[in-house]
Design a protein around this ligand. Structure first.
Ligand code: AMP
Length: 217
């Protein structure tokens, strides 16, 4: 049975970093709903405008659209042997739709919670920077690039600070997480589908733990 690896955790917990490592090493596609919406919001359409405003407020894009995009993406051939979800599901309705999808696709869900104390998350998010070419994730406090504000692998590229990683939106995103997404942790725990890893150490050490708990399932 193929696996759907669901990375759970608050914004800033390191889901994106770990999803990239899993993709590279397990050769499974990584599907980040945040990345999908960031690509979508730049179009000049009323829908894009709506998504942009929701993201700026640190709120969630409506379930109907989110679920439709995930269904479309996971129906593609590269998902036949399983896939990694980063940032989905975030609401009970999304979790229910994923369960249905997993049954239809004959896949098994493995949810992994990357556990990071709330007080560490704000700094992680406001310090975060990305390479616009390869997507490599840096942090000005914890993992700075070798040279000032440029990617180690693409020195021609200035790193990008996400529009929603400012202090105000970060606070709203953390509140949204507590309200709408945290209950899913309990949901997966009671269904015995959840494994928890400590998300406070080095990315490599965290990765090793994730790889182990996924293999055990
Ligand atoms: P992320 O990169 O996962 O932190 O997502 C960035 C933003 O995209 C979130 O703050 C939401 O506005 C939106 N978003 C990402 N994933 C979802 C989802 N599963 N449901 C609703 N909104 C989402």
């Amino acid at each position: 049975m193929s696996k759907i690896i669901v990375l759970m955790g608050a914004p800033g917990a390191g889901k994106g970093t770990q999803a990239r490592l899993l993709q590279e090493r397990l050769h499974l596609p990584q599907i980040s709903t945040g990345d999908i919406f960031r690509a979508l919001k730049n179009a000049q359409t009323p829908l894009a405008q709506e998504v942009r405003e929701i993201m700026e407020r640190g709120q969630l894009v409506p379930d109907e659209l989110t679920i439709r995009l995930v269904k479309e993406r996971t129906a593609q051939d590269d998902c036949n042997n399983g896939y990694i979800l980063d940032g989905f599901p975030r609401t009970p309705a999304q979790a229910a739709s994923l369960e249905k999808l997993a049954t239809e696709q004959g896949n098994q869900i493995v949810a992994v919670l990357i556990d990071v104390p709330l007080e560490m998350l704000e700094q992680r998010m406001t310090g975060r920077r990305n390479c616009p070419v390869c997507g490599e994730i840096y942090n000005m406090y914890f993992k700075p690039p070798k040279n000032d504000n440029v990617c180690d692998f693409h020195p021609e590229a200035q790193l990008v600070h996400r529009a929603d990683d400012n202090v105000e939106t970060v606070k709203a995103r953390l509140a949204t997480y507590e309200e709408q997404t945290r209950p899913l942790v309990e949901y997966y725990k009671s269904a015995n589908l959840l494994r928890t890893v400590d998300g406070t150490g080095e990315p490599e050490a965290i990765y090793k733990n994730i790889e182990r708990v996924v293999a055990e399932q």
